[in-house]
Design a protein. Structure first.
Length: 143
């Protein structure tokens, strides 16, 4: 699964990169900073970003990426500023239970009638039909 990145002109990134971006974005907001395009290349953010990616990979061995993102976006997870937070595991477990209890979306059933002929085709006379008529090779019936 890939996620759209806010910091690389809409290109897709791995789940670990997306989760690390989410955490770095929170840190920047808390410190009243702006993240710029490809912020992870700057000396200021490089170490933090790489550390969060490593922590994200560790979490992804145990949890699905959607559950981690849901946990971080939940009320309890909204104050998480590091993927190494000791209480993050419990928040993700809670989000997993909620995710597992939701019913899977059902496919929409469309009824089809076997005898339904569908939409009646409207025959039009275009320039090709007129040319075929001139050549006595008309393929359409005239009423």
């Amino acid at each position: 699964m890939e996620y759209p990145s806010k910091y690389s002109n809409g290109k897709s990134v791995s789940p670990a990169q997306f989760i690390a971006e989410l955490i770095c974005e929170r840190l920047a907001k808390r410190n009243k900073q702006d993240l710029h395009y490809r912020f992870w290349l700057s000396k200021e953010w490089e170490k933090e970003y790489k550390g969060q990616i490593a922590a994200a990979h560790k979490l992804l061995k145990t949890f699905d990426s959607r559950v981690i993102v849901d946990a971080l976006n939940s009320y309890a997870g909204s104050k998480i500023y590091s993927l190494r937070a000791p209480h993050l595991g419990a928040i993700i477990e809670k989000a997993k239970v909620i995710s597992d209890s939701k019913p899977a979306p059902k496919a929409k059933v469309i009824e089809r009638h076997l005898l339904d002929a569908g939409r009646e085709e409207v025959k039009k006379h275009n320039i090709l039909d007129k040319l075929k008529e001139i050549d006595n090779g008309s393929t359409r019936e005239h009423n």
